[in-house]
Every structure is written in C-alpha cells, then in structure tokens.
Design a binder for this molecule. Structure first.
Ligand SMILES: [Fe+2]
Length: 256
C-alpha cells in the first residue's frame, strides 16, 4: 500500500476547511482509489508516468465533495433527496475547478477528476460522455472508486466483502469499460490486493469504533488542531515513503 503523497497533494487537503473525521475519511477513500487505480493502470499496460498521474488523480478525485462539507460527510442515512443529489453531482466540476485554481496538475489528473462519474453507457455525469469518449483515466477511476466505496464502512451501512462488491458491480457492468473491468477482476484475484484490503479493514474498524462515539462527528477542529492532524498524517506518509523509495506515488454509487 503506497501512501507516498507529495507536497502539492497535501496542500490541496490543507486548503479545505473540513471536520476532522471527514478529512481522515476523505484521505482513506482517496488512498484506496489511488492504489487500486495504480494497479489497474499497470495491469492494463500503462506506462509509469500514467500510473503515477492516475494515482495522484485517485487521491484527489473527490476533492470537490469536501467543499460540500458537512452536507455530505458524517451522515447516518444513505438516501439522498433529489435536491441534495443535484449538489452531489456538482462535485466533479467543483473538484476540477479547485485543482485548476491551485494549478500545476496535469491534464490527465484534471480530466480524470472531472469525468470520474461518467458511465460507459452514457448515463453518468457531468457530461454524459459515452464509451471511449470518456478519458481512459476516468474509466479506470470509475471502477476503482465504486469498488473502494463498496468495501468501505459507511455510517449508514456495513462494508461489503470483496466478492459481494464484485457481484454487485457485475450487475451494473454497463457502467464500466468492459476491457478495464476484466483487468480489474484479475487484480481482485491477485496477491497485490491483499494490502489494500488490510488498509480498508483498518479504516473500517476506525469507523465502527467511531460509531460508539458519535459526537466525534460534531467536533469541528480549529485550524491549529487541523494543522496538527495533517502534520501527523504527513509524517506517517514520509515514513512510508522512506520504506518504499522507488515506488511511484501512489447512492451506493451516487454517494461514494
Ligand atoms: Fe466522486
């Protein structure tokens, strides 16, 4: 599991004013998607630069959601009203705008973030793109994002195990690029994924533990506490990086 986050990525998260647990949940989901996307891109034969960039995209793909803040995070129910859904659907655009404003991100990252909710059959958003008109990186993220969400605990539902997640994805396979999905099935049955499952289980345990202590959701960290929390995560990431020197960076469906 690679948690090799560079400085610019950290600065993206630092600029968001969010609740402490939400930051941790957003980072955990980002890291899961990032690592899965790196594996899938490599399985597909993408070059090292592509793999590195898609891992960066995976980490920040939902950055637009953080701007919707408490509206989305820390919820105890799974359903979204139509009006709420409208806002949720803005998050790829918000995220894309945010990254453009920060600057320095490659076209691959920007396009992947903007299109990560497009479905292969044209039913996704924000542009209803279909098939190979959807950038490859976004097609890869779509699969990894859904899988990561399914194997993750949510305040309103338990995590699915990998087999159940894959079965549910097969039922909705028209949403995905079939070639990529078949490559993804290989990954799910490879040894490499075990580290990712361990990471997910660790994050899931924290969410379950938090369930016994719900007031955590109501703690708005002040900027000093938030900076301390980020510093701690950053330190952790640097430790991981020094261990893995040569590695590259690393509705159910609606409300992932
Ligand atoms: Fe998303």
């Amino acid at each position: 599991m690679i948690q090799n986050l560079d400085e610019r990525i950290w600065s993206v998260f630092e600029q968001e004013n969010i609740v402490g647990n939400d930051l941790v949940d957003a980072l955990n989901h980002g890291m899961l998607v990032s690592n899965l996307a790196g594996l899938l891109a490599a399985e597909h034969g993408c070059n090292e630069e592509f793999c590195t960039e898609i891992m960066r995209a995976g980490l920040v793909h939902d950055i637009g959601k953080l701007q919707l803040g408490r509206f989305l995070y820390g919820r105890n129910d799974g359903g979204l009203e139509i009006e709420e859904l409208k806002y949720v659907r803005m998050h790829p655009t918000l995220g894309h705008e945010r990254l453009v404003r920060i600057g320095g991100f490659s076209d691959l990252v920007l396009e992947a973030v903007y299109h990560h909710h497009e479905n292969f059959d044209g039913t996704g958003y924000p542009r209803n793109l279909r098939g190979e008109k959807i950038p490859l990186a976004a097609r890869i993220l779509r699969i990894c994002d859904v899988y990561a969400a399914m194997i993750s605990e949510r305040p309103y539902r338990a995590a699915f195990d990998s087999d159940a997640a894959v079965e549910m994805m097969i039922d909705e396979v028209h949403h995905f690029d079939m070639k990529m999905f078949l490559a993804f099935l290989k990954i799910v049955h490879s040894e490499q994924i075990e580290e990712i499952w361990q990471f997910a289980e660790c994050a899931n345990k924290k969410i379950r533990d938090r369930g016994n202590n719900k007031e955590d959701y109501d703690v708005q960290l002040n900027s000093k506490q938030l900076a301390a929390q980020i510093a701690q995560l950053r330190q952790q990431s640097q430790n991981d990086r020094s261990k893995q020197k040569s590695e590259p960076l690393m509705a159910i469906l609606e409300c992932v």
